[in-house]
Design a protein around this ligand. Structure first.
Ligand code: FE2
Ligand code: FE2
Length: 535
């Protein structure tokens, strides 16, 4: 008997649950078949053995099916693992899908940004295009300029070649000039050395000239000039022949010279004066014999168109008289001439000064008979006091003239008051007291007398400050004014006046000592006393 039931699956199960169910159904059907077969064996008897073998075969098939079933269970387990694996892969795939979507979104954003940049680049490209158009125009212009410059360059190169040829010519000229420059440099060095020497001489001369001008009175001036000129030129001796007022050479001033030589050289001085220019002789053979002369230089000295004399130097040590010596001596001669002219002017000024003072003094004395002789007396004694105080010559001169003029202001006092025989009323005395200011104003207008004005103004100040016009006291009163004040009082006391008799010198000194420290400077009072005692 053939069994129609499927003993094994003909195709893979769609899913593991379904396959098991199908196997279970098959197994139940087979068990049912086994029961029927058994009944058939029993009923059939003879066929039992066959059936029994078919049953054994069927049982073998069941055993195979059971093995297959186990095998399929393993497959199911493997399929489940495979399914789990696929689920895991699916999850991973999903995650990759999400990541891909996110990347896609990002790519979209980047794409949008890229598009924006692309648009911006497009606009920039348009601008660049416009700029390119402008540049093209500029390039065109530049090309035109380049053409022009190229042409100019060619001209310059031609000019350069021309100049290079000139430079080549100049090179030779420069070399020639450099040779000349070197020669000039050497010459300059020589000149600088000479200038340095002259500068030293000039400094020496200036130093000597300071002393020379200081001696404005002209006393010893020729000797100073000789000493200066001989020292600066190196001459051994010299002769200064001074001219008289009419230009005649007369006075001789000799420096280290024999008498015989002086007379021999006088003729050279006269010749230089007549020629009015320097006379230099460096040839000893042309000079007088027997005088030991080697060389000489004679230079006329003049100032303001007047001949002042001749400066002659001889026997210069170390060589002949040079042009530099001549120039130096001319300079010395000019200064000497000016110094002599200054001395002459100073003498004239002093004479005029003295004459002016004499005229003013005479004017006072002509107006006031009682002051006649008074001013001279005050002046001589004031000079004696000043000399005992060891004052300078200039101060002696000032006090001499200030004393002569101390009452010059009385010229401005009305005769009715000045010549009043009786004692003065207070208001009259106040007018008399104005004579110091009047006298100061008179002398201040004469510049040569202005130095006397302070002495005249303060000759009635008193040591204790009770005098007039300023009320000065002690050493605040100018020293020369204190001298005039004391001597004036002494002379007044020893001179008779209409309203009182005179006292003798001893009585006057006694009175002055009584007033020393109040009216008079005590030291000056004692000097007046000494003068009176020694008179
Ligand atoms: Fe006076
Ligand atoms: Fe007086």
């Amino acid at each position: 008997m053939q069994n129609d039931l499927p003993l094994q699956p003909t195709q893979p199960f769609a899913e593991p649950g379904g396959a098991l169910a199908a196997l279970e159904t098959t197994r139940v059907a087979l068990m049912h078949g086994f029961g029927a077969i058994h009944e058939h064996i029993l009923s059939q008897g003879t066929q039992s053995e066959v059936l029994r073998r078919e049953l054994q075969a069927a049982q073998a098939q069941v055993a195979d099916l059971g093995a297959n079933c186990n095998h399929h269970e393993v497959d199911v387990a493997q399929l489940r693992l495979e399914l789990q694996k696929r689920d895991f892969d699916l999850e991973q795939e999903g995650a990759r899908l999400v990541e891909a979507q996110r990347a896609q979104a990002q790519a979209r954003e980047e794409n949008a940004d890229f598009n924006a940049r692309l648009a911006q680049a497009g606009r920039a490209l348009e601008v660049a295009h416009a700029h390119s158009t402008d540049l093209s125009g500029q390039v065109f212009d530049l090309n035109a300029q380049i053409e022009f410059l190229s042409a100019h360059k060619e001209n310059l190169e031609a000019h350069k070649e021309h100049l290079e040829s000139k430079v080549a010519d100049s090179g030779a000229h420069i070399e020639h000039l450099q040779g000349q420059v070197e020669q000039l440099h050497d010459h300059k060095s020589d000149l600088e050395a000479k200038v340095a020497q002259l500068h030293e001489k000039n400094v020496d001369m200036h130093r000597e000239l300071v002393g020379l001008y200081a001696d404005l009175r002209g006393e010893g001036l020729p000797e100073l000039v000789l000493k200066l000129a001989a020292g600066l030129t190196g001459a051994e001796s010299g002769l200064f022949t001074q001219a008289d007022g009419d230009g005649t050479l007369a006075q001789l001033h000799v420096s280290q010279m024999e008498e015989m030589l002086v007379s021999a050289l006088y003729d050279y001085s006269r010749r230089a004066a007549d020629a009015e220019q320097p006379l230099v002789e460096n040839d000893a053979k042309k000079l007088p014999d027997g005088a030991g002369l080697v060389n000489l230089a004679a230079l006329p000295v003049a100032a303001k168109g007047r001949k002042r004399g001749v400066l002659l130097l001889c026997n210069k040590r170390g060589g002949p008289f040079t042009e530099d010596d001549t120039r130096l001596l001319l300079a010395i001669g000019q200064h000497a001439g000016l110094a002599m002219e200054n001395a002459r002017l100073h003498d004239e000024l002093s004479e005029a000064y003295a004459a002016t003072i004499a005229v003013l003094a005479d004017a006072i004395q002509a107006k006031d008979a009682y002051t006649r002789g008074h001013c001279e007396g005050v002046s001589s004694m004031a000079v004696e006091v000043a000399r005992r105080l060891e004052l300078s010559d200039e101060q002696l001169e000032q006090v001499r003239y200030a004393a002569l003029l101390h009452d010059v202001g009385k010229i401005g006092i009305p005769d009715g008051i000045l010549l009043k025989p009786s004692k003065l009323m207070p208001e009259e005395f106040s007018i008399i007291q104005k004579h110091p200011q009047i006298g100061r104003d008179i002398v201040a207008r004469v510049s040569a007398l202005s130095a006397l004005s302070e002495v005249i103004l303060h000759h009635h100040e008193k040591w204790d400050g009770s005098g007039y016009p300023a009320g000065l006291a002690g050493e605040g009163i100018p020293l020369l004014a204190r001298i005039v004040c004391a001597v004036d009082a002494f002379d007044a006391m020893t001179t008779p006046r209409p309203y009182r008799t005179a006292v003798d010198g001893a009585q006057a000194v006694e009175e002055m000592r009584r007033c020393a420290g109040t009216q008079f400077d005590p030291r000056i009072v004692e000097l007046v006393a000494d003068i009176v005692c020694t008179a």
